[in-house]
Design a protein around this ligand. Structure first.
Ligand SMILES: Cc1cc2nc3c(=O)[nH]c(=O)nc-3n(C[C@H](O)[C@H](O)[C@H](O)COP(=O)(O)OP(=O)(O)OC[C@H]3O[C@@H](n4cnc5c(N)ncnc54)[C@H](O)[C@@H]3O)c2cc1C
Length: 238
């Protein structure tokens, strides 16, 4: 079972019109690697008496393990709790979790593709000490709807040390979203021929993209997916 830990909110500043960058201090070192996430207890009660918990990627560099940062896009009730919290608020969380990490230090040509709020996982990964061997061979594509007010691209560049190449997608759930994503990503992939691809954000369009990258010759395990929302449905065992 996940062990609950606590962290105190030190600061909360806007990150675009619909985002906030939250700085926390934990009682003990987190032990995280950039690209991982924590699960925060929002304090909101569910009907079954348990509490709503939400995952957030660590966007601060993993050279700092007690003071850490989350970038939260204002969406529904869970993110609202984090957006409204004042410095001094204490949150329970579990983690770090996740395997959105490089498997070793062998430098490899790498393509990061983030949609929507999935940019946070890409920022965390790019800041990871373990990612340093791959950084100079990495491209970052960030695709989001017109007017998306979260995480100005200048802040992404400043934090991640890499300017994202930007593109627009129809809104979440739009029937042409997958086609627009394919049109943005596949030409890049054809030119770069990456050895590793990391996808983060909307699982409804990133999961089919992963399947297509596999069919184009990328081996299983070389394309990692972190679905922030619309996770792909797991096939039931036969
Ligand atoms: C591994 C992981 C890492 C994550 N990291 C971050 C992060 O760093 N920053 C961050 O802001 N969020 C992150 N999320 C999403 C976060 O956990 C919540 O789902 C999000 O904050 C919405 O929760 P809510 O209670 O505000 O809204 P809810 O009421 O739970 O959301 C309503 C619906 O919107 C969907 N949704 C969630 N996010 C979006 C979006 N961006 N665009 C469209 N629909 C969406 C949800 O799946 C849900 O169906 C991450 C999720 C996962 C699984």
């Amino acid at each position: 079972m996940a062990t609950a830990r606590t962290a105190r909110l030190l600061a909360s500043v806007p990150l675009g019109t619909s985002g906030r960058l939250l700085t926390f201090e934990a009682g003990e070192p987190l032990g995280f690697v950039g690209g991982q996430y924590v699960i925060v207890d929002t304090g909101i009660e569910r009907e079954d008496g348990r509490r709503h918990k939400r995952a957030y990627s660590l966007v601060s560099a993993d050279s700092g393990q007690r003071r850490f940062q989350l970038a939260v896009y204002q969406h529904g009730p869970g993110s609202f709790v984090l957006h409204s919290a004042a410095p001094g608020a204490v949150f329970s969380f579990s983690g770090p979790w996740g395997s959105f990490l490089p498997e070793d230090a062998q430098p490899r040509s790498t393509l990061l593709v983030a949609t929507d709020s999935g940019i946070t996982a890409a920022v965390g990964l790019l800041r990871a000490r373990a990612f340093a061997p791959h950084r100079s061979m990495t491209k970052l594509l960030w695709l989001r709807p017109e007017g998306f007010g979260f995480f100005p691209s200048e802040s992404v560049e400043q934090m991640a040390g890499l300017a994202p190449e930007l593109g627009t997608l129809p809104p979440v759930g739009h029937p042409e979203r997958l086609e627009a994503l394919r049109a943005e990503v596949l030409p890049h992939a054809a030119v770069q021929a990456p050895e590793r691809v990391y996808l983060s954000g909307d699982g409804a369009v990133l999961a089919p993209l992963r399947t297509e990258l596999h069919s184009l010759g990328m081996a299983e395990g070389t394309v990692r997916l972190e679905s922030f929302f619309n996770p792909p449905v797991r096939k039931a065992a036969a």
